[in-house]
Ligand binder design. Structure first.
Ligand code: BTN
Length: 267
């Protein structure tokens, strides 16, 4: 699919040397990015894009619904140095939301840590996978999935109530090459900003788009620990979510955020 990589290059704002590997179908663009890392030294910003994934993966061991032609499946390789992987996840959310705002004409909101949503329905997600040697993060693959064209009935029944696509939410069929190019541009810019000015400006951009902060939430985290309930107050400097609970402030580093209804009783 060299035509697609050429089209993406044409849409880029700045010329970029890093290769873009395009596939008609692949198991997972994240898996392919890891294979590139195992078999060579792909430069920072190397991207993998596929028209379909046969084993698209999501967070928490879930799969990512990746039918042919209907979504954007994109992974980007970073050699992050001082940049923390959670910062890159949040920067990728901002990049994808900014790109969608510009190209689809409507901004999705960001749900901590990695969801993009229109009207509370998930339209995209980020899967960041870091590989460390001796505790030092060496490489990070940031995978971005966006549902582009699906109608509600195209989603598997289990996903249908909570999922949407750009077309369903905005009425627009966006050009995939243009969207991929814009996400890559925005992600480049976010990564440069992290390196130059640290996390604060990216955190500010994320907070402006957040649907999580200020809400009463329950965070379910792996390992069987008790859920944390309280009000999502802030992002901490490491990208974790600060929850104000009745017992005090708690930081959660990973997990599923559910919004909870608070019913006030006035007697
Ligand atoms: C999530 O919300 O659970 C994260 C979903 C990430 C999906 C993308 S699609 C491109 C890349 N390749 C994968 O296998 N997963 C990510």
């Amino acid at each position: 699919m060299t035509g697609l990589s050429e089209a993406i290059r044409r849409h880029r704002r700045e010329g970029r040397e890093a290769p873009i590997h395009c596939f008609t179908s692949i198991d997972s663009t994240n898996a392919e990015a890891h294979r590139l890392l195992e078999n060579g030294s792909p430069p920072e910003g190397t991207a993998v894009l596929a028209d379909a994934q046969t084993a698209g993966r999501g967070r928490g061991g879930r799969s990512w619904f990746s039918p042919p032609g209907a979504g954007l499946y994109l992974s980007v390789i970073f050699h992050p140095g001082g940049t923390a992987a959670p910062h890159l996840t949040l920067a990728a959310g901002v990049a994808a939301a900014t790109a969608l705002e510009q190209i689809a004409g409507r901004a999705p909101t960001l749900k901590w840590p990695n969801d993009l949503a229109y009207d509370g329905r998930k339209v995209g997600g980020i899967l960041t996978e870091a590989r460390a040697i001796s505790g030092q993060i060496q490489t990070v693959v940031v995978g971005i999935g966006v549902n582009l064209l699906q109608r509600p009935e195209d989603f598997p029944a289990g996903l249908r109530p909570a999922a949407t696509s750009v077309a369903a939410a905005t009425g627009r069929q966006v050009d995939k090459a243009e969207l991929a190019a814009r996400i890559l541009d925005e992600l480049d810019a976010g990564h440069r900003l992290l390196g130059r000015d640290g996390f604060a400006p990216v955190a500010d951009a994320w907070k402006q788009r957040s649907s999580t902060l200020g809400r009463s939430v329950r965070v379910i985290w792996g390992g069987g620990g008790a859920p944390v309930e309280g009000v999502a107050k802030d992002l901490a400097a490491d990208g974790s979510l600060v929850i104000e609970t009745p017992a005090g402030s708690v930081q959660v580093h990973a997990g599923e955020v559910q919004e909870i209804e608070r019913t006030e009783c006035f007697l």
